[in-house]
Design a protein around this ligand. Structure first.
Ligand SMILES: [Zn+2]
Length: 193
């Protein structure tokens, strides 16, 4: 095993200590085209206001992005979506990957083009604390068929056909409340639970 690792390290031009440390692991992942999954703050850290996302409701932290495919909000085409600048490249890339994986027809059939909003200075559904939407780090999709209390398998985003949708977002470090807690399947956030 150690010899094999040394040979891999040699191949990658690294120091040959025969141990898979962080440097070797990163080089192997990069050689295999595997991206590192970013780690985002937890929602408790976000609510404290000291995380990389700063304070909620700060307009200067937000940017508008043009989605890779046409989104609709309550039946009307969406021109751009407003998110925190730190997650913007991930949202952009994820939607491009969704388009590549599913194509426009399947996207429409699965309701992945039904947008439910992102930045919104508001409390959570329970009203006890600020929603991750208030920082522009949460997005909602297919709200009509994934109401807050709807569970799997009734929530359409819990269906097996949406597995790739979630894997794409999760590869960018996003968390699905549906996948983690089986409610609010429309919602995904760039903050841990
Ligand atoms: Zn939401």
């Amino acid at each position: 095993m150690k010899t094999t690792i040394r040979r891999i390290q040699q191949h990658l031009g690294l120091a040959q200590d025969g141990i898979i440390g962080p440097v070797t692991l990163r080089a192997i992942c990069s050689a295999l085209g595997i991206r590192e999954v970013p780690t985002w703050p937890t929602q408790t850290e976000v609510r404290r206001g000291t995380s990389i996302f700063g304070d909620p409701g700060r307009e200067e932290q937000l940017v508008n992005i043009i989605p890779a495919y046409q989104l609709y909000f309550e039946g009307k085409p969406v021109r751009s979506i407003r998110v925190h600048r730190l997650i913007a490249p991930h949202v952009k890339a994820a939607l491009e990957e969704v388009l590549q994986h599913y194509g426009p027809e399947k996207i429409h059939r699965l309701g992945l083009d039904q947008y439910g909003g992102s930045y919104n200075f508001r409390p959570t559904a329970t009203g006890r604390s600020l929603s991750m939407h208030a920082w522009g780090i949460a997005l909602d999709f297919a709200p009509a068929t994934n109401a807050y209390a709807l569970k799997s398998p009734r929530a359409t985003l819990s269906h097996p056909a949406c597995e790739a949708w979630w894997r794409i977002w999760e590869a960018h470090g996003a968390t699905s409340l549906g996948r983690a807690r089986n409610y609010d399947w429309m919602h995904l956030q760039f903050a841990g639970l």
